[in-house]
Design a protein around this ligand. Structure first.
Ligand SMILES: *Cc1c(COP(=O)(O)O)cnc(C)c1O
Length: 362
């Protein structure tokens, strides 16, 4: 029997969260962002739950090919555009829309041979200073693109740095609007945080990622439950050993946890080699048989240890939920665990290790 650890991808929760994003921007079309292998869920596994989207957005040509292989005939957008001239051939062949964020990409388009002009999303750097043309250079880039026979419709896009926080999107929206006011074309601005928090932001296409994977973009200000989002990935493993500790006994490497009173602990078949962050300290929440408890001691490669004081009925084989939904319906938000690790839900989902078997469930 394989090690008793498993991740489950929840199709209905993906569809539910997508519907939540849609409800938050009822006028807009929705790109389901499936970069990074659908945030670690697996594009093929997430597809069924997300096929109600208006399009799929991602970064990697291989991933675009996989979405086409699934039978998707609708829009696919390359969020970073192409990296070399050859990529444009695949864009033509797979009918991909692509971002254009720099002069080099316009040069490539200008020398690309195609009978079918491409739909492009011209990206503005409205303040984040990652990808995109500065506001000063944006219109000349638009004019240059517009003159190319290789280019069909030009849509306008930008990306927010602070949609999840106090700074918000006001300044970036103002910059974007001032420059694009009289340009034709569809607009795409909002990521998950902007879609949920700044729903007045004008977007013909919203770009939710993390929200459709059931994690709150602005945790802990809001939880996933506050936004009506459901977990789409559950990581669970079984208890494979039990120890009875006396006061003064320690647990695991470095003896970082020492029992103050007699206690029973469970050893769980999940460690950092499965994607559970090693940095999670004692007291990181877990669900043991659906009952809330905590980790004790250091996370090791293949195991963690959990406190069974609150769950006397727990025994060899009891299921422990590291994040997501337990069999009894109890939920442990991935954001809570991520916070204990000093990171965000995104990183935990993306870091689910290859060795963990994944099943798709309702
Ligand atoms: C990843 C990404 C998104 C989605 O962001 P979330 O915070 O996951 O909603 C949207 N737009 C672009 C350009 C991205 O790269």
């Amino acid at each position: 029997m394989p090690r008793p650890i498993q991740a489950s991808i929840h199709t209905e929760a993906l569809a539910h969260n997508l519907a939540r994003a849609r409800a938050a921007a009822p006028e807009a079309r929705v790109w389901a962002i499936v970069k990074a292998n659908a945030y670690g869920h697996g594009i093929e596994r997430a597809y069924e739950g997300l096929r109600g989207a208006d399009g799929f957005a991602l970064l990697d040509l291989n991933e675009a090919q996989r979405v086409r292989d699934l039978g998707w005939r609708g829009p696919i957008l390359l969020l970073e555009g192409v990296f070399e001239l050859r990529d444009l051939e695949l864009c033509s062949r797979l009918d991909l829309w692509h971002a254009v964020h720099c002069d080099e990409q316009i040069d490539m388009l200008a020398s690309h041979k195609t009978n079918v002009p491409h739909r492009v999303f011209l990206k503005m750097n409205s303040g984040m200073n990652r990808l995109g043309f500065t506001p000063e250079r944006y219109r000349s880039a638009w004019t240059r693109l517009n003159a190319l026979p290789q280019v069909d419709e030009i849509s306008l896009m930008t990306h927010f740095s602070d949609a999840d926080g106090a700074r918000g999107v006001t300044e970036q929206v103002a910059v974007f609007t001032a420059v694009t006011q009289d340009l034709p074309g569809e607009r795409s601005l909002s990521n998950s945080a902007a879609t949920l928090r700044q729903s007045e932001t004008l977007s013909d296409w919203v770009r939710p990622g993390i929200a459709i994977y059931g994690s709150a973009p602005d945790y802990p200000e809001h939880s996933a439950a506050d936004w009506g989002l459901q977990p789409t990935m559950t990581l669970s493993a079984k208890i494979i050993g039990i120890q009875q500790l006396a006061p003064g006994d320690s647990v695991g490497y470095g003896s970082s946890f020492v029992a103050k009173q007699p206690m029973r602990i469970g050893v769980v078949a999940c460690g950092y080699a499965d994607g559970y962050p090693r940095i999670c300290p004692t007291d990181t929440p877990v669900l043991v048989g659906g009952v809330r408890s905590r980790t004790v001691g250091r996370v090791s490669m293949d195991m963690i240890t959990v406190d069974l004081s609150a769950v006397p009925e727990a025994s060899f084989g009891t299921e422990v939920t590291l994040w997501g939904r337990a069999a009894n319906g109890a939920v442990l938000g991935i954001d809570e665990v991520a916070r204990c690790a000093g990171t965000v839900g995104y990183e935990l989902m993306c870091a689910l290790a290859q060795r963990v078997p994944v099943v798709v469930s309702a």
